[in-house]
Ligand binder design. Sequence first.
Ligand SMILES: [Zn+2]
Ligand SMILES: [Zn+2]
Length: 240
Amino acid sequence: MSEPQLQIRVIPVTPLQQNCSLIWNEATKNAALVDPGGDIDRLLGVLEQFGLELTRIWLTHGHFDHAGAAAELRERTGVSVEGPHRDDQFWLDLIEESAQRYSVSGLRNVTPDRYFEDGETLEFEGVRFDISHTPGHTPGHVVIHNTELKIAFVGDVLFAGSIGRTDFPRGNHEQLIHSITSKLWPLGDEIAFVPGHGPTSTFARERQSNPFVADRITGYAGATTHAPDIGEQRASKRWS
Ligand SMILES: [Zn+2]
Ligand SMILES: [Zn+2]
């Protein structure tokens, strides 16, 4: 049996234009939402428009623009909220307060039904997704990825041409850089990623031109897609 073809569509939500990702199986019409930060009626409207049933709610981190609609979405659909890592619970408890500061209404604090752990595996429609704990922007930030589909949902860890802010409580710039080079780059150059804000990109492009985490700046010397086998072995030893 061949793996189901998953469709992905990015829906920007909240005034911060946060990239909420809708993933679905066209055959079964089951859907997952990554980072439903707000605009819940719009998200439910898209699900209805495509005839989809929500079966997963996944969060990359606790900031209000990523997690603000999760509580109400759970209430209205009965679907569990999963993620991020438990170290972001303090942010999930600050959603209402931080949303008010940005004059965004209708968002709510949330306690997930379960937290994600580094190295954990998720299943959606017979497809496996992996969790990497990637602290730095927030202490409990996770990245959700699938190396076969060559896709990663990286939240506010990495952007096209930039990286996440680290001037928040418990943010840490060095840690963020380390998360990117030790957890993201080894997944492979060919990975396309959906960042929390702005356009999508690939790890290859960021390793080449990102002013914060290009290889020439970080000194990263891990395997690239086209490296000979021996180079890849050396890299996996260095970065594992
Ligand atoms: Zn954030
Ligand atoms: Zn964000």
